[in-house]
Write a protein that binds this ligand. Structure first.
Ligand code: EPU
Length: 418
């Protein structure tokens, strides 16, 4: 098993480019199941999660070629099977995103139920209730969800919570349904808007994207198109935290500031201000006063759960006592024990972390429990004195393309060891 070895406290400076969004790419690639033809995608990140999905899409019958680092050509000449087996779904929960487009195009899908997950139980009941609203009959058969129907009929679906992949799955099922579908309490994330934009280019009629009510007028035919994936706002947030920790010499290129509004506002309450410089952004600390930062993670446009661990690392370095409440996933504080092993002082009360600032971090051996927890440990290792070793880095490589190479180009002393 590979690990990262980091010798911390090196002076970092230079430019770091944000790649295409992982969580946009996954549903976008799944949408190609909906209509025959040739698709060209650019700005797709080179990640394990994308590779896992590509393998599944190939199994379902799509021809997929990688044309250079971040380009894919996908040819849909017809779906060969509607069955997504356990071994192809198990490595990544988001594989469940094939369910909506298969149901939309083939009126039948058999997809292995995704298993448990490190950050929370993450059931798919809201997806399934939505498919039923559209007229699908759902059964669970030997660990598979089987959805089938003669036809899908538009309907009003009120989501109990604005689930991101749930909204995406239902949009992809509804685009070819008869009549009008309304998704109420829909997720509003930029990744939803990117998917809706692709579907509209394919001939769908979707309005209300980015609001809590999405309207979809069903159409009988869709066609292929080309698409460029939006920048990854979570990678941008991670690198902006890096820029704040580095003392402002790191410039992050390709950030959509409008996708990170609440995140940036919260960092201002910790004294960090965004500066536009040389075509990028950096976060600079304006003074060293005592702060008391309060953060609640929420669905978009609220503070993103996916930058929560990275932000906690930053707060360990900000004078004062800070409070962060995690409202999306029940298990997203597993990295706190690891940070405390590096010298942080973070207390936990149910879903709230109480963070003592201005703590000196000192390297140790730690373990990444999930993707964003792993990113937080890398940031902590870069700040810490001496050497930090991070185990289970496969979590990190699921979501950050060539992290080691990009950090080394800024002057970080990080290497992958066996
Ligand atoms: N939920 C249910 N039932 C459902 C669906 C969701 O109870 O049917 C609950 C979940 O258990 C959770 C909450 O609703 O407590 C929100 O979950 P959501 O469905 O929005 O999450 P997701 O779609 O599974 C996506 C991202 C996650 C990101 C969350 C929240 C993708 C592929 N994944 O997950 O990304 O944390 O939205 O923003 O888009 C990551 O990239 O590290 C990551 C985990």
């Amino acid at each position: 098993m590979s690990k990262y070895l980091i010798r911390g406290q090196k002076k970092l400076s230079g430019n770091i480019q944000v790649g295409g969004a992982k969580n946009a790419s996954l549903p976008l690639l799944c949408a190609t199941l909906l209509a025959p033809g040739e698709y060209l995608f650019s700005n797709v990140p080179d990640l394990k999660d994308v590779e896992v999905l590509i393998n599944l899409l190939r199994h379902l019958g799509l021809k997929i070629e990688k044309n250079g680092q971040n380009f894919y050509r996908i040819i849909n000449e017809g779906i060969k099977t509607v069955e997504a087996p356990y071994e192809l779904v198990k490595p990544m929960r988001a594989s469940f995103l094939v369910m909506g487009p298969l149901l939309g195009s083939e009126k039948r899908a058999k997809v292995s139920l995704p298993g448990g997950c490190a950050i929370g139980a993450r059931p798919v009941n809201f997806h399934l209730n939505g498919f039923e609203n559209l007229g699908a009959k759902i059964t669970i058969d030997h660990g598979f969800v089987v959805a089938e129907t003669r036809e899908l009929n538009g309907s009003t679906i009120e989501l109990p919570f604005p689930t991101v992949t749930g909204t995406e799955n239902l949009m992809m099922a509804a685009v070819k349904a008869n009549g009008r579908t309304i998704i109420k309490n829909a997720a509003r994330e930029p990744e939803i808007v990117d998917l809706g934009d692709l579907l509209n280019k394919m001939g769908a009629l979707i309005t209300g994207l980015g609001t809590e009510e999405i309207q979809i007028e069903g159409v009988s035919d869709l066609h292929s198109t080309n698409h460029t994936v939006i920048p990854d706002r979570i990678e941008a947030g991670t690198f902006l935290v890096l820029s704040a920790l580095s003392g402002g010499e790191v410039i992050v290129q390709g950030v959509r500031k409008d996708h990170l509004q609440v995140f940036l506002e919260k960092l201002e309450t910790a004294g960090f201000f965004c500066e536009s410089i040389a075509g990028g952004l950096r976060l600079v600390k304006k003074n060293s006063e005592n702060y008391s930062v309060h953060i609640n993670t929420e669905p978009y446009p609220g503070f993103p759960t996916d930058v929560q661990p990275q932000t906690v690392v930053l707060l360990t370095q900000v004078m004062g006592q800070h409070i962060l409440t995690e409202n999306i996933f029940e298990n997203r504080f597993m990295y706190i024990q690891e940070l405390n092993r590096l010298g942080a002082e973070i207390g936990l009360q149910e879903k709230t972390a109480i963070i003592s600032g201005s703590k000196k971090l000192i390297g140790a051996e730690v373990t990444a429990t999930d993707l964003r927890a792993g990113a937080a440990l890398v940031l902590a290792g870069l700040v810490a004195e001496n050497t930090t070793i991070i185990n289970e880095i496969e979590h990190i490589e699921r979501g950050y393309e060539d992290l080691v190479g990009r950090l080394r180009s800024l002057g970080a002393d990080i290497e992958k060891i066996m």
